[in-house]
Design a protein around this ligand. Structure first.
Ligand code: C2O
Ligand code: CU
Length: 463
């Protein structure tokens, strides 16, 4: 596979000053542009003013990128922000050089510069892209979008809707984004939770449907830290994929579905509410249900419901890990408020809790805060790994592995569905396993972005 990785300064003057051949300049337009830039959008209801956001192409969410399975995603990323940035393509089994992690797979793209992202998308499913530099700020300001990889033959549905969920922390008077992204409270507790919840950038998203219509809903949780508990009302259906990857069999939705930060779920739902009524995707918080998305029913698509859907076609080369041959790795999470991070290693030095707190670093993996010189594990290509994760904190965490999907290992060794982000609660011990088939340096971190900014990051090398 050829990879094209170019890093060009924008502006003729800068190019000339570096003595680069003039011909290189045009190559920053090699692909359609994807530009991170400030914009204002009407997020809060009128008469609130528009909110200043940062968005890809100035949009919330950014433009939906769609390719056929096996095709290439090609975008020239232009950084129109005043700070460096990068784009991570969450959930894609990607060429490591295109993974978008500053300090690990590329340099952060400076303001005004361009980086050409060019990679194959081997797996069909619901993915997303988002900023991966200062992400606790950049994602909170709106730098994310959906990345859809289409099956050669999609499921039999009438239509699909991509639903990107987010919560924003807005000033209740001005409707502007709270610019304190690293308050010690957020860093050391449950992360930056919002006070204003949207789907596709709208607090009142409403999608007209017809009775007995069948929809595919592609849900993406783009929030910094919020776990969305979701349920159906006037809709009945199945979960058919999680984190992009098809389930072996569609699973009827009975209880609330928990979607942690970074996670996705593909649902196939039938509209069972009557013409003139409204169905809802419900956010079930405590004993209350809130409409996350309204589906007013206008008309009738068919007189009866269809038969249950088939499973989506599996993605290629997803052999389950052979547990008997797997190398064991252990990860212990510590810290946070009410936790006991006594002392830990930060940048190679042992620091007291007090020194760590002064540095805004509240969490550790295996006694170490943040990225280390040496990886958590060095894995041979093709090796199976079992990773036991102990959450010795009182908070939930959403652990995301870049570049490869894993399966949860249940007591007794049964393997769960493929996932790229594991939502785990305080005090839990969970185990995941995967085949290290994708060479490169892969980040493994909490997708509660305040936690990632405050120590919950490590990496693995597949050589
Ligand atoms: Cu969705 Cu490392 O991120
Ligand atoms: Cu966390």
């Amino acid at each position: 596979m050829t990879t094209r990785r170019r890093f060009l300064l924008g502006g003729a003057g800068a190019v000339a000053a570096l003595g680069l051949p003039g011909g290189l300049r045009g190559q920053s337009l090699a692909f359609p542009a994807l530009k991170a830039q400030p914009a204002s959008v009407q997020l809060a209801p009128l008469p609130y003013p528009e909110t200043e956001i940062w968005g890809y192409d100035g949009l919330i969410p950014g433009p939906t990128l769609r390719v056929r399975q096996g095709a290439r995603v090609q975008r020239s990323f232009h950084n129109g922000l005043q700070q460096a940035s990068s784009v991570h393509w969450h959930g894609i089994r990607i060429d490591n050089a295109m993974d978008g992690v500053p300090g690990l797979t590329q340099e952060a793209v400076p303001p005004g510069a361009v980086f050409d992202y060019d990679f194959e998308a081997p797996d069909a499913g619901t993915y997303w892209y988002h900023a991966h530099h200062r992400s606790v700020e950049q994602v909170a300001r709106g730098l994310y979008g959906a990345l859809i990889v289409e099956e050669a033959e999609g499921p039999d549905v009438d239509r699909e809707e991509i639903l990107v969920l987010d919560d924003w922390r807005l000033d209740p008077d001005s409707a502007q984004i709270d610019p304190d992204f690293t308050s010690f409270h957020d860093l050391s507790h449950a992360g930056r939770l919002g006070n204003f919840i949207t789907t596709n950038g709208r607090y009142d998203l409403s999608v007209e449907v017809r009775k007995n219509e069948r929809l595919r809903l592609r849900l993406i949780n783009a929030a910094n830290a919020k776990i969305f508990p979701l349920a159906l009302s006037g809709l009945e259906g199945w979960t058919v994929a999680l984190d992009g990857m098809p389930l072996e069999a569609p699973e009827p939705i009975t209880d609330a579905l928990l979607l942690g930060p970074g996670q996705r779920a593909d649902l196939i739902v039938d509209v069972i509410a009557e013409d003139g009524e409204a169905a809802h995707l419900v956010r079930a918080e405590g004993n209350q249900g809130y409409s996350q998305v309204a589906f007013p029913v206008r008309g009738v698509a068919a007189s009866t419901r269809r038969a249950a859907p088939d499973a989506l076609p599996p993605n290629p080369n997803m052999q389950p890990p052979a547990l008997a041959e797997a190398v064991p790795v252990r990860l212990t999470m510590e810290g946070g408020a009410m936790g006991g991070l006594g002392a830990a290693i930060l940048e190679g030095e042992r620091k007291s809790f007090r020194q760590l707190a002064e540095a805004g670093q509240f969490w550790a993996f295996n006694g170490t805060v943040g990225l280390t010189e040496t990886p958590l594990a060095e894995l041979a290509r093709g090796q199976a790994v079992r990773l036991e994760i102990h959450n010795d904190t009182v908070f939930p965490h959403a652990m995301h592995l870049h570049g490869m999907h894993f399966r949860e290992v249940a007591e007794g060794g049964a393997l769960g569905p493929l996932r790229d982000t594991l939502l785990m609660f305080g005090g839990e011990k969970r185990e995941i396993a995967f085949v290290a088939h994708n060479p490169g340096d892969w980040l493994f971190h909490c997708h509660m972005l305040s936690h990632a900014a405050s120590g919950m990051m490590t990496w693995m090398r597949v050589a």
